[in-house]
Design a protein around this ligand. Structure first.
Ligand SMILES: *[C@@H]1O[C@H](CO)[C@@H](O)[C@H](O)[C@H]1NC(C)=O
Ligand SMILES: *[C@@H]1O[C@H](CO)[C@@H](O)[C@H](O)[C@H]1NC(C)=O
Ligand SMILES: *[C@@H]1O[C@H](CO)[C@@H](O)[C@H](O)[C@H]1NC(C)=O
Ligand SMILES: *[C@@H]1O[C@H](CO)[C@@H](O)[C@H](O)[C@H]1NC(C)=O
Length: 328
C-alpha cells in the first residue's frame, strides 16, 4: 500500500516536472513568436494596413507563382508580373521607396511664405474632408515638391503625410532636396497592371511618358530618360497602405490609363483630383469611368495652370434610393 502510494506520488511528480518543462518550452516558443511579431510590426512598412482593417488585398489569380528564383525588376518587367505579386512588392520596398526627411529637418523651399501653391485643389479637399489632419495623400506627378504642389500645405500645415511620385530626373532631384516629410519615389505610375520600363520626356513640370524604353544611343541625345513605372496598387500594397484620403493625379495625358489599373474594390480612396486637360479620351471619359467606380463628380477646378476634376467617393450609396409613390 505504502509503496504503491510512493510510486503514485513519484509518477505525479515526474509528470508535473515534465509538464513544467513542457510549459517552459511552450512559453519560450510563444515568446520568440511575439518578439518576431513585434519586430515585424516595427518595420517601416505594413503598419497602416493592420490598423485600417485586414483584407485579402491580393487579386485571386490562379497563376501566381510566389517563388521567383531571380526576383529582379528586369524579371518583373519581362514577365509582366501582376501588380500584387510578392516579388514585385518586395522589389518596390527594397529599391524604390525613399524615406521621408526627419521631422526636425526644416523644409527647403523657394517660397516658404506662400501657404498653398495649389490652384484651389487643397482648399476643396479640406472642405470636403472637414479640415482633416494627419491624412494620407498620393501626389503623382509631384514635380519639384513645391511648385503647384497639391500636397505641401496638407503636409506642412495639416500634419498629413503621403507618397510623392515623380520620375522626371531634374524635378525629382529638386524634390529630393526639399526635405518633405513624405516618402518619395522616382517612378512613373504604370499604364498597365504590371511594371513597365518606358521612355520619358525630360522636361520639368510637363515631362511625360513617350513610349517603350529606348536604346543607349537615343538616350544620349539628352531629351529622353528610361524610367521605371510601377502600378499604383503595387506601390500602395508595398507600403502597406490601402487607405488614401486624397489622390492627386497629374501625369500629362495618361490619367485615364493610370486610373484603369486600380482595383477600386480593394482600396479606399476618398478624394481624387485628376488633371483632364491632356487626356486624349476626353473629360467625359474620365467622369464616366469614375462614376462607374462609385464616385461623385464634385466638379472642375480650373485655372490657367491646372484643369482638374475632383471626385469624392460616394458615401451615401448604401442609403440612397428612388422613392416611388405607388398610390399615384
Ligand atoms: C503562368 O505563368 C507561366 C510562367 O510565366 C506562363 O508560361 C503561363 O502561360 C501562365 N499561365 C497562365 C494561365 O496565364
Ligand atoms: C476649416 O478651416 C478653415 C480655415 O481655418 C475654417 O474657415 C473652416 O471653418 C474650417 N471648417 C471646418 C468644417 O471646420
Ligand atoms: C500638427 O502637429 C503639431 C506637432 O504635433 C501640433 O503642434 C499641431 O497642432 C498639429 N497641427 C494640426 C493642424 O493638427
Ligand atoms: C473601405 O472603407 C469602408 C468604410 O470604412 C470599409 O467598410 C471597407 O471595407 C473598406 N474597403 C477596403 C477595400 O479597404
Amino acid at each position: 500500500m505504502v509503496t504503491l502510494r510512493i510510486f503514485y506520488f513519484r509518477s505525479i511528480r515526474i509528470l508535473m516536472i515534465r509538464r513544467r518543462m513542457l510549459l517552459m518550452c511552450l512559453a519560450a516558443i510563444i515568446g520568440l513568436f511575439l518578439i518576431k511579431r513585434f519586430m515585424m510590426d516595427n518595420e517601416p512598412h505594413h503598419k497602416t494596413t493592420k490598423k485600417k482593417g485586414l483584407y485579402n488585398l491580393m487579386e485571386e489569380t490562379p497563376n501566381m507563382s510566389k517563388h521567383v528564383k531571380d526576383c529582379t525588376i528586369e524579371y518583373a518587367n519581362e514577365h509582366k508580373l501582376q501588380q500584387d505579386h510578392p516579388c514585385l512588392l518586395d522589389i518596390i520596398r527594397r529599391q524604390y521607396f525613399n524615406k521621408p526627411s526627419p521631422a526636425d529637418v526644416p523644409l527647403y523651399l523657394d517660397y516658404p511664405n506662400i501657404k498653398d501653391q495649389s490652384a484651389g485643389q487643397v482648399t476643396a479637399v479640406l472642405r470636403l474632408l472637414r479640415n482633416l489632419t494627419k491624412g494620407f495623400f498620393i501626389e503623382s506627378g509631384a514635380a519639384d515638391g513645391e511648385s503647384f504642389s497639391n500636397s505641401l500645405f496638407l503636409e506642412r500645415d495639416m500634419n498629413w503625410t503621403g507618397l510623392l511620385i515623380e520620375p522626371e530626373p531634374k524635378s525629382y532631384g529638386n524634390l529630393a532636396k526639399r526635405n518633405r516629410k513624405s516618402w518619395t519615389l522616382q517612378n512613373c505610375l504604370s499604364l498597365e497592371k504590371y511594371p513597365t520600363e518606358v521612355s520619358f520626356e525630360k522636361t520639368e513640370i510637363t515631362g511625360k511618358i513617350i513610349g517603350n524604353k529606348v536604346s543607349q544611343s537615343e538616350l544620349s541625345a539628352g531629351k529622353l530618360a528610361n524610367v521605371q513605372c510601377l502600378p499604383l496598387y503595387s506601390i500602395l500594397l508595398a507600403h502597406g497602405q490601402t487607405w488614401v484620403d486624397f489622390f492627386s493625379l497629374d501625369v500629362e495625358g495618361h490619367e485615364l490609363q493610370v486610373l484603369k489599373t486600380i482595383p477600386w474594390h480593394k482600396v479606399n480612396i476618398t478624394v481624387v483630383a485628376v488633371e483632364w486637360e491632356h487626356v486624349e479620351e476626353g473629360y467625359y471619359a474620365i467622369v464616366d469611368y469614375m462614376k462607374e467606380q462609385g464616385y461623385v463628380n464634385f466638379g472642375r477646378i480650373a485655372t490657367p495652370y491646372a484643369r482638374d476634376v475632383v471626385f469624392i467617393k460616394d458615401f451615401l450609396d448604401d442609403l440612397r434610393y428612388d422613392y416611388i409613390d405607388y398610390d399615384e
